[in-house]
Design a protein around this ligand. Structure first.
Ligand SMILES: NC(=O)c1ccc[n+]([C@@H]2O[C@H](COP(=O)([O-])OP(=O)(O)OC[C@H]3O[C@@H](n4cnc5c(N)ncnc54)[C@H](OP(=O)(O)O)[C@@H]3O)[C@@H](O)[C@H]2O)c1
Length: 341
């Protein structure tokens, strides 16, 4: 039987904000499998901010995408055909399959999921890359001590929501920053943060000061720009800035001369100096040794009801571009996924 496969490719490099015209849906017959490969029917597609970085031309931590490349993504899927003894037909796997309904991938490149740990979609969120990012960034780079204050931006999102909850488990004061009252209420009332500040509110800086009376020991930075600048003004002596992401900058125009202060307003570098603070950036895929211990902790906390998660699920591959564009503007509320089948 020949399977027709739909996939989404990058039609052109976006100029500034991503638009529908930057994507193209294609359809093609699936090629046969080689020895060692498996055929995966994708069930959920993960949409993540890093994909926007990959769409930018120029130097980055990975080579940029070329026009015509399939959009990158991790998926959760079911193995429907296998030419590898290690991953049999019927297994559920996380694969770097991209934005498509099916994918033929090497069996050695996938992670087999234990479905007993939770709904399979969690393998792309709390029990997946975002969860490990939160765990590694906070515990290994942030090194929070009980009683210290941890601030995290994009606090209702996939990474930020887990950072604040781990901070609470470690006896810290957890302060979130998020866009809008609804997200802030969720962060405090559902996730148990001590406070959450809406960065869109006109007195954001004042609210942040009130929420951090003992200043800030760990800034888990997901946003950059004016949000990061405000947190820098609250640093404590020997604070740790964990630079996880700068999403406010991902859609900046390619010609950097046009950068504007609203998205790129990090000016308070002096605060790093006078507080003898450290700033460490990281990319979680470069720390494979940390994934298994992080999964062990996260699965245990999830089982014990000590951490919660939220998902925002779009329906159908054809709606992936719109869901991606929405996420980049903060329109998602929780881990952004696309349900494919
Ligand atoms: N270093 C790594 O290895 C690694 C791994 C995973 C993720 N990350 C980074 O972690 C960050 C969060 O990723 P995620 O997957 O958890 O996404 P997410 O928080 O679930 O979704 C993105 C959120 O970013 C916020 N946002 C978007 N544009 C913004 C802007 N201009 N200013 C302020 N906030 C904005 C929005 O929340 P609000 O509505 O609250 O603004 C939006 O909901 C991203 O920067 C991502 O690149 C890094």
């Amino acid at each position: 039987m020949t399977i027709q496969n739909r996939r989404v490719v990058m039609r052109q490099h976006p100029q500034g904000e991503v638009g529908a015209g930057d994507f193209e849906m294609q359809s093609a017959a699936l090629p046969g499998l080689s020895d060692g490969d498996i055929l995966v029917r994708n069930l959920y597609l993960s949409l993540d901010p890093y994909m926007r970085l990959r769409m930018r031309p120029g130097r980055s931590y990975q080579p940029p995408m070329q026009v015509g490349d399939i959009m990158p993504a991790q998926t959760v899927g079911e193995v429907i055909e296998s030419r590898a003894a290690s991953v049999p037909k019927g297994a559920l796997v996380v694969a770097r399959a991209g934005w498509q309904d099916y994918a033929a991938v090497p069996a050695a490149s996938v992670r087999v999921i234990d479905a007993a740990l939770g709904p399979v979609s969690t393998a792309l969120g709390v029990l997946g890359m975002p969860g490990v990012t939160a765990h590694y960034g906070l515990l290994h780079l942030g090194r929070p001590k009980p009683g210290q204050t941890v601030v995290v931006s994009a606090a209702s999102g996939a990474v930020g929501s887990i950072v604040g909850q781990i901070a609470k488990l470690k006896g810290c004061r957890a302060v979130g920053i998020a866009g809008g009252e609804k997200k802030c209420r969720y962060v405090v009332e559902e996730l148990g943060f001590d406070a959450c500040v809406d960065y869109r509110s006109p007195d954001f800086q004042k609210q942040l000061e009130a929420a951090t009376p003992d200043r800030v020991d760990v800034d888990f930075e997901n946003v950059g720009g004016m949000v990061m600048d405000a947190v820098l003004s609250r640093l404590n002596d020997y604070a740790r800035v964990v630079l996880c992401g700068v999403i406010s900058d991902y859609e900046a125009p390619i010609q950097d001369g046009a950068r504007n202060a609203a998205t790129n307003g990090v000016t308070r570098v002096r605060e790093l100096l006078v507080n003898r603070a450290s700033l460490q950036a990281f990319i979680i895929s470069e720390h494979p040794e940390h994934w298994a211990p992080a999964f062990a902790d996260l699965a245990q906390w999830l089982k014990e009801g000590k951490i919660k998660y939220r998902e925002d699920i779009a329906q159908g591959l054809e709606n992936a571009p719109a869901a991606f564009m929405k996420m980049l503007k903060g329109g998602n509320f929780g881990k952004q996924l696309v349900k494919l089948q």
